[in-house]
Design a protein. Structure first.
Length: 176
């Protein structure tokens, strides 16, 4: 059985907070494309206490076998026009869990969840041009590559080009 058969999303529990903090506070765990500098220690725990799920966005755990934490997905609302909200999603996986198919499945499950439970028509995701693994995961999840945003992301002392992907509600419906 593949990992995708054992991947599901669930709300963040208190037992997940140590792992979640590692994804953002440990440069080695965040990896080349995920570390954006040190942040306020304890901020994630404060946000968890206030609740990670709201009408403007949220975050869920990517769980593997035995409900084991392997990473997280998150989303926030962006406007593409005065009355046209969509979701922008992101993902972080523990270093040991990368390359096993969790990203593809989790991003597809998140898009389906957002289309099922909100009225948006578009879910989008961006990744650095050099992050080929994430581009493959997004494409495998059913997202369409839209183009390159030049100099859109500042990380590690340099402006980097981003690749933008999207999935429309009708894209997901046509694949099921």
């Amino acid at each position: 059985m593949s990992n995708r058969d054992h991947t599901h999303l669930r709300p963040v529990a208190e037992k997940d907070l140590d792992q979640l903090e590692r994804l953002y506070e440990d440069p080695a765990e965040a990896g080349d494309h995920g570390f954006f500098g040190f942040r306020n220690p304890g901020r994630l725990r404060q946000q968890w206490a206030d609740g990670f799920l709201s009408a403007q966005g949220g975050r869920l755990v990517i769980a593997g076998d035995d409900d084991r934490f392997v990473g997280e997905v998150q989303w926030h609302e962006v406007m593409q026009g005065p009355a046209s909200p969509c979701w922008n999603i992101g993902i972080s996986l523990l270093t040991a869990e990368r390359g096993k198919g969790y990203g593809k499945q989790a991003q597809r499950q998140l898009a389906a969840y957002l289309f099922d439970h909100t009225k948006v028509n578009r879910v989008e995701a961006g990744t650095e041009l050099s992050n080929v693994a994430e581009q493959r995961a997004l494409e495998g999840a059913g997202f369409t590559r839209e183009g390159v945003l030049r100099g859109a992301c500042f990380r590690a002392g340099a402006w980097r080009d981003m690749v933008m992907y999207s999935m429309l509600r009708s894209d997901l419906a046509s694949r099921t």
